[in-house]
Write a protein that binds this ligand. Structure first.
Ligand code: DX5
Ligand code: ZN
Length: 228
């Protein structure tokens, strides 16, 4: 699997979601940020809108749930047809049971870590997961500055995935742009979320292509990719 580029529709026009998602038909997934104004200080959209996006868009949906009590709410996103469902470990009461429930509902199970949450306590959980999301900003808003201090965590996470010889994708989200994507790829990321870097310009589709080319090249040169 090559690198994957997932535009975040948080930076799209919410009144024109169908049009804006069609502009990135060359993307691998549509990244949909669900925020509940409790886990993060912002409110976006919920299951009904995700269901509408699933009907309107031809691209699979990567649902990033920044919500409290994902144990209760996340499986419904899988049942609705989101191909990948990400919950935050800081909010989950029983992450193993939740990951199993998401997989049982037919989706890829993914676990997100806020910047201050270390990966090491979760090494043994990796086989239960299809993807780890390392947040490279504090979750809640698009357009924030990339946190370079997360690069060592990306590197350590990639090492743990390699150590156990797992096929777990490593996603980064927050401040990913043409300026920062190569650093993420070099450190070990292979799935890249980009909101403002895709939608703030005039041609979102071209931005996806450009990010993909940069990430592909950086992964090609990265030492972690040679062994895996
Ligand atoms: C932030 C969200 C991101 C956000 C990224 O909490 O999870 O997906 O849309 O936006 P950019 O790429 O602009 O940082
Ligand atoms: Zn996100």
């Amino acid at each position: 699997m090559g690198v994957q580029i997932n535009p975040s529709i948080l930076s799209a026009d919410f009144a024109r979601l169908a049009e804006d998602t069609a502009k990135v038909a060359n993307a691998d997934w549509l990244h949909v940020d669900v925020m509940d104004n409790h886990f993060v200080p912002n409110l976006t959209l919920g299951l009904p809108v995700v269901e509408a996006i699933l009907k309107a868009a031809g691209t699979p949906v990567d649902a990033h749930l920044m919500i409290e009590d994902p144990d209760r709410w996340a499986p419904a996103y899988a049942e609705a047809g989101a191909g990948s469902v990400t919950f935050h470990v800081e909010a989950a009461a029983a992450p193993v049971r939740l990951a199993r429930n998401i997989r049982a509902a037919g989706s890829r199970a993914s676990m997100a870590l806020k910047p201050a949450t270390p990966i090491e306590p979760y090494e043994d959980l990796l086989p239960e997961l299809d993807m780890i999301l390392i947040m490279t900003v504090e979750p809640g808003f698009g357009g924030q500055k990339f946190l370079d201090i997360m690069l060592p965590k990306i590197r350590r996470t990639r090492e743990l995935i390699g150590k156990h010889d797992l096929d777990v994708w490593l996603q980064v989200d927050g401040g990913v742009s043409a300026e920062t994507i190569e650093r993420c790829a070099e450190a070990g990321a292979d799935v890249f979320v980009a909101g403002s870097a895709v939608y703030d310009g005039r041609d979102p589709g071209a931005a996806v292509d450009k990010l993909r080319a940069l990430a592909d090249q950086a992964v090609g040169k990265a030492s972690w990719a040679c062994t895996h």
